[in-house]
Design a protein around this ligand. Structure first.
Ligand code: NAD
Ligand code: GLY
Length: 362
């Protein structure tokens, strides 16, 4: 595995995912997509003190004339709101950002989604460069152009498709990531195997300990394989008219959990881990897949120290009510990503609420 490598995302607005240690210090790379004279660095209060000065120094070295502004948000899912979206757009206005300005989203998926949405909306769209600093953001949220904020009624309900101009993932930034957040990212890594690559599940089984120990080679391979999966899917289906929905394996359950907990309980990756087990159980209840595959997925997630069951006290009827507002739900009722077994996910429309409640009540 080279020290640093690239994954191309094809499509109408192609871009490159750069992956490697030390990339946040690479001013030439950071500045490559900056068209105008203005840029805004948006980050959160955990990440900005760690990395914002380094990014600013590198950018200024490469582009001394660049007017670089900063906006720092509170950390965590609870900040992914319309109110903080307004804060960012107000900061863009105060800084008099023009259409050729570039927004750098430095942080995890919360910053990437919120700042990306601000970039999508400001003057109907300015360039956004994603600088993911969590494993979850490196393997998933920074890639593919989905941007959004949450509402109290549901996750990611207000958003837009706005592909980044580049994704620059400095794997050395994972050194400061809390262990819980590393594990959350591993849930999304497992997702790629679960939905379409049984061989990747074998590899994850064999490398679980190395990944938890933050072994550089294992992490680099997990990130590269995940990005390759996501890049291929979003290139074929950028606006989720079909295959891209598979990337939501476990998410209908997971989003309902996050919403019901008021975005302050399980984090996104943990909720997805539970949601994938529930999706596998739903597939079992519907007679689509063997229980042995659910057991294997559960065991892998447990080895990765992720939760695999609903947190106590959540009301199944309230979770079901959240699912009715899920973006995949349509006139034909609930749609779920189910599987026929490990590596064979598919969309299933018209899923009976009784079957869903059966799984939630187990
Ligand atoms: P996050 O952005 O909240 O980051 C997790 C925590 O880690 C935060 O407290 C953050 O401040 C901290 N942190 C980030 N990088 C750090 C670092 N290098 N060192 C120390 N601390 C660091 O959460 P997340 O798990 O990265 O992202 C979850 C969000 O991503 C959810 O809102 C989810 O909906 C979204 N998401 C979006 C997509 C998409 O396609 N757009 C895909 C998956 C998930
Ligand atoms: N994380 C789901 C998607 O990007 O489509």
């Amino acid at each position: 595995m080279p020290r640093s490598h690239e994954v191309a995302v094809a499509g109408d607005a192609p871009y490159t995912i750069h992956i490697g240690p030390g990339l946040l210090d690479d001013g030439a790379l950071l500045a490559r997509r900056v068209r105008g004279g203005d840029a805004m660095l948006v980050s959160d209060a955990h990440v900005a003190p760690l990395y914002a000065d380094r990014v600013a120094t590198a950018l200024r070295a490469a582009r001394p004339e660049l007017r670089l502004h900063r906006h720092v948000l509170p950390p965590g899912e609870a900040a992914k709101t319309l109110a903080h979206f307004t804060d960012v757009t107000t900061a863009l206005a105060d800084a008099r950002m023009r259409r050729d300005a570039t927004l750098f989203a430095l942080g995890g998926g919360v910053i990437g989604d919120l700042a990306g949405f601000a970039a999508a909306c400001w003057m109907r769209g300015i360039d956004c460069v994603q600088l993911p600093t969590t494993l979850l953001a490196m393997v998933d949220s920074s890639v593919g152009g989905k941007t959004a904020v949450d509402l109290p009624q549901g996750k990611n309900l207000v958003g837009a498709f706005h592909p980044p101009r580049a994704v620059i993932a400095d794997t050395a930034a994972l050194r400061t990531l809390p262990a819980r957040e590393l594990r959350a990212g591993l849930a999304e890594v497992v997702k790629y195997g679960a939905l379409g690559d049984a061989g990747f599940i074998d590899w994850l089984d064999a490398n679980a300990a190395a990944l938890l120990a933050m072994d550089d080679a294992a992490l680099a391979e997990a990130i590269a394989r995940s990005c390759a999966h996501k890049a291929a899917i979003v290139a074929r289906d950028p606006f989720e008219h079909g295959e891209r929905a598979l990337l939501n394996f476990g998410h209908t359950f997971g989003h309902a959990i996050e919403t019901e907990q008021g975005y302050g309980g399980l984090n996104h990756g943990e909720a997805v881990a539970v949601g994938m087990v529930l999706a596998a159980q739903l597939s079992e209840v519907l007679g689509l897949a063997p229980a042995a595959d659910t057991a294997r997925l559960r065991a892998l997630l447990q080895r990765l120290e992720l939760p695999v069951a609903l947190p106590p006290g959540l009301d199944p009827d309230r979770l079901l009510a959240h699912m009715r507002l899920d973006k995949k739900a349509q006139a034909d009722g609930l749609r779920f990503i189910v599987w026929d077994g490990i590596g064979r996910a598919r969309v299933l429309a018209g899923v009976s609420e009784t079957a869903v409640l059966d799984v939630l009540r187990r």
